[in-house]
Design a protein around this ligand. Sequence first.
Ligand code: DSN
Length: 432
Amino acid sequence: MAYPGDLEKMLNLVMEHNKWRRRETVNLIASENVMSPLAELIYLNDLMGRYAEGTVGKRYYKGTKYVDQIEGALANAFADVLGAKYVDVRPISGTVANLATYYALAPEGGVIASLSTRAGGHISHNQVGGPKALKFRVVELPWDVERFNIDVDGARRVIEENKPRIVLLGASLYLFPHPVREIAEIAHSVGSYVIHDSAHVFGLIVGGRFPNPLKEGADVTTSSTHKTFPGPQGGLIASGLEGEVNEAISRGVFPVFTSNYHMHRYAATYVTLVEMREFGEQYADQIVRNARALAEALHANGFDVVAEGLGFTRTHQVAVDVSKFGGGEVVSSLLEDANIIVNKNMLPWDKSAVKPSGIRLGVQEATRWGMREGEMAEIASFFKSVLIDGVEPAKVREKVVEFRRNFLEVKYGYKIDAEFARGFLRDLGIFL
Ligand code: DSN
């Protein structure tokens, strides 16, 4: 069947993109991942066109008897895994989860203490992002460059002086666990709530390879569901608090910050959670090993990998200071030409967000495609070819495409049962 020309062009663009990023590139963006085939199949469901404003059992629309069960089961399963008192899976992203939580915990605004973007804080933690819209004043938690972590004594001074309504931990550049226990003790002594944004490390927490912030003293953890936790793009809020505050969180999600929850993602998120129950420990373990292996191999090849004296990383991330190669923008463009996808990133010593000196690498997707320590060494050698040996990126690209051919199947997840898939698609009206 022929499609109109402009439509064919659009379909081809999507296919080109799929082929490029699924089959030909090494993807090292620390906030991305791929779902398993089963999760991806089930993502395509009728709920992508539906509404269910309200909460489980109390909806503003009819037709929601199954989504009530789906949403309820997903929230309960996350609550079990995290040891949370209340989980809200309706936020459509980590940023929305953050905003709803800020509003619920401090509806009148006030002060938020958080990390600067240079020190790894996300934009939704900072004056440039949501806190600005909610009229919070943001004060910075000081950063200890030597320990590549929050300076606890400095944080004590900031928290005691400013008495923030919210102290925000967790980060987008996140190499070592933050001192949640110590900071929570200080924050609670002046009546502040502690939120840990777990978006980057959520899969490591679920896989048992990173401390669970709710067990360390955070009051609430927010997250996205698509980074080290390899589900569909979405958000969640998990509260360790009891009582009315959870009602406030629920109202913060709806009616304040969402009306449509993009509910087609729920079942795929559930599939991912069950996969993480079965394979998560193995997956998280390999992620952490791979990150360490990539950092070591890059260091051995002459790169300025951040936090050498601290063992480089305890998460999925590796940070590299690439100022000697022209900075993050130049380097990430050269690597993209070689089909290695990374992002430029500010490092704590940077002045400019526009010309950051670093790149941030995440190995969670490469690990999901089945790569291990040996492959991390190969990836580091591609970096060396492009950036140190001056090999034409197009030449390296050929090698990267060939390398990638051995890693085209998603691991640590469920495959599709063909008969199930045919019935599933048929009921949607898709006949192949
Ligand atoms: N912007 C994402 C990241 O790359 O860390 C988080 O939302």
